[in-house]
Design a protein. Structure first.
Length: 198
């Protein structure tokens, strides 16, 4: 709804400019930006036609991954701290290696936070913070929002893509649709939010 309102506002601003400055030349670039905004409004609320959507390259994808990795590490450190400190001070559990169950649960908790970061953002708007910074958005291959099942498959196969010496990510250099292994396995597509900018 918010994006739809912004789209309507952009249309209004363009035509208001024409009324106020009738002799001013019309810049087609303004209409192109408005068309992009309108298309994204449809993408965010319903399914969309992604047949002509611009696809990000390898560098942009890697930059977003690094951006998100820094955020995830910070979140995991915070998750560790909020559990470890109370138990260390309250119960004296300073050496977690002496408590195997506690150690495994703490590890599982940190992993859940790290994985949950990606699953939440992919299924709620299709953008992690890194993807937002690099103007990318994730959709189902049919243009709909990403389901939790797709997000889980994407995350799992992304680990395989990375473990295979990064071959799964490099696959976009050969695939005609610029899809990585995890894109193909999960039935998702990564597109540029604003392809008219570098």
């Amino acid at each position: 709804m918010h994006i739809t309102i912004c789209f309507h506002r952009q249309i209004t601003e363009i035509f208001s400019g024409l009324v106020k400055h009738p002799g001013k030349p019309i810049d087609p670039h303004d209409y192109y930006e408005t068309a992009i905004a309108g298309k994204l409004a449809l993408m965010s609320e319903n399914s969309a036609d992604l047949s002509n959507a611009a696809v990000p390259g390898l560098f942009r994808r890697l930059a977003a991954i690094i951006y998100d990795a820094v955020l995830v590490l910070a979140l995991m450190a915070a998750a560790f701290t909020i559990v470890y400190l109370p138990l260390a001070k309250g119960l004296g559990w300073t050496d977690i290696n002496q408590y195997p169950l506690y150690k495994h649960l703490l590890t599982a908790w940190m992993l859940a936070v790290g994985i949950g970061f990606h699953l939440w953002f992919w299924t709620h708007g299709g953008q992690t913070l890194g993807m937002r910074a690099w103007r990318m958005r994730l959709f189902s291959a049919d243009g709909a929002k990403v389901s939790l099942k797709q997000a889980l498959i994407r995350y799992a196969v992304a680990i395989v893509s990375l473990a295979a010496a990064g071959l799964g990510f490099l696959w976009i250099l050969w695939d005609k649709d610029k899809r990585a292994w995890h894109d193909m396995a999960s039935g998702t597509r990564l597109v540029l939010v604003d392809p008219n900018r570098s």
